[in-house]
Design a protein around this ligand. Sequence first.
Ligand code: PGA
Length: 252
Amino acid sequence: MRRKLLLGNWKMNKTPSEAKAFASEIKPLAKEAKSHKIDIGVCVPAVDLEGVKKILKKSMIVGAENVHYLPSGAYTGEVSIPMLKDLGINVSLVGHSERREYDNETSEKCNLKILALLENDMIPVYCCGESLETYEAGKTKAFVKEQIVTGLKDVKKEDASKIVIAYEPIWSIGTGKNASKEIAEDVCKYIRKIIRELYDTKTANRVRILYGGSVKPNNIKDYLSEKDVDGALVGGASLKADSFQELLRNIE
Ligand code: PGA
């Protein structure tokens, strides 16, 4: 049985002071989530990680939004896996569409990050999803397949089930134009099929696949009611404590 996962993605929001205040506000939700067997957490800007982790400790997942695949070196502005580990962080988003679009993050680069994270006992949350143009051309599945196959290249079977995959159609992110639960299920189910083909049924049944893109308190339950949607990656609606709490309560 796959545990449900609710993951916030703050993007470039919240100063360290705001982040700490927010972490204190949402901390009580950890207990509630646990009693409903739901994993809950937030992926936050690098400068917020330390403060948020100190407050939430192990009660919730505290993840990075990005990480470099090399342990150190001349890469100005980057954050390494050892830096995250030193703070007790063991989750990172990889390949969010905004990074793919604005920072030239290719699936090949994502693959290096995924391999490095797994090698360091960390959990990659690998984001995939198509543009509106690709969606309208009816090429969603071929596009997503390429992202998954390339992103998971050389990932060993025993590691594959640790990866979380987030299907986020770009046209639904931050637009309020969310994909229907049927579309979400169709693509998440297809992603599970790809994992089955790459590995085996057991692995496919273990991998958690999230939907993301304009998930709100009033629609999260619909997505989570689908068989292959194991949780949600939520941007905008995760930024306010009351809304984050509502997201959780609506899937309990
Ligand atoms: P959104 O963002 O919920 O604001 O659409 C989701 C995401 O980009 O992860």
